[in-house]
Design a protein around this ligand. Structure first.
Ligand SMILES: [Zn+2]
Ligand SMILES: [Zn+2]
Length: 160
């Protein structure tokens, strides 16, 4: 292996037709959605948060803790494929490097690179709600959610 073995890959999570991305709370396990990127001009003026609050239970978690199981599996699938692809390239390079005047080495097989996962689809469910304190950051929550909601940005409870 050469030094600095790094695997980079890209993936795309779908948003619904209003631009909302499905999220799952690591604390209460319920789904909601936040807007992918700034939802409006005011949102563009604010730096991206590093911690978000669950609108349903009010608990907070770091920005990268909100993947649904389907999203996590999807991303892992991309990571696995990229890793195997990269390993296969490394191996090929290794075989080429072993060839010299005195030694002929031929690579006869390749690693099985897994297929990329099928793209995810996002349905147009849930209703848009806006917190009074941070109105530039709307969320979508399940219809008929009982009780107060919490602001995505500061966790403040509010009634709808
Ligand atoms: Zn929650
Ligand atoms: Zn707030």
């Amino acid at each position: 292996m050469s030094e600095g073995f790094e695997v980079s890959f890209t993936y795309e999570l779908p948003v619904d037709s209003d631009g909302f991305l499905r999220r799952q709370c690591p604390t209460c396990g319920r789904d909601f959605k936040w807007h992918s990127g700034p939802a409006n001009e005011e949102g563009e003026l604010h730096p991206e948060a590093t911690i978000y609050y669950c609108p349903l239970c009010g608990d907070s978690a770091l920005k990268d803790q909100w993947f649904t199981p389907a999203q996590a599996t999807f991303i892992q699938g991309h990571a696995d494929a990229a890793t195997m692809q990269r390993l296969d390239e490394e191996l090929s390079g290794l075989f080429r490097g072993m060839n010299s005047k005195h030694l002929k080495v031929k690579q006869t097989g390749h690693l099985d690179v897994p297929e990329l996962p099928d793209p995810l689809v996002e349905t147009d469910d849930m209703v848009i709600v806006v917190s009074p304190c941070h109105s530039y950051e709307p969320v979508k929550v399940p219809e008929n959610h009982p009780g107060p909601l919490h602001c995505l940005i500061c966790g403040e409870a509010y009634a709808v």
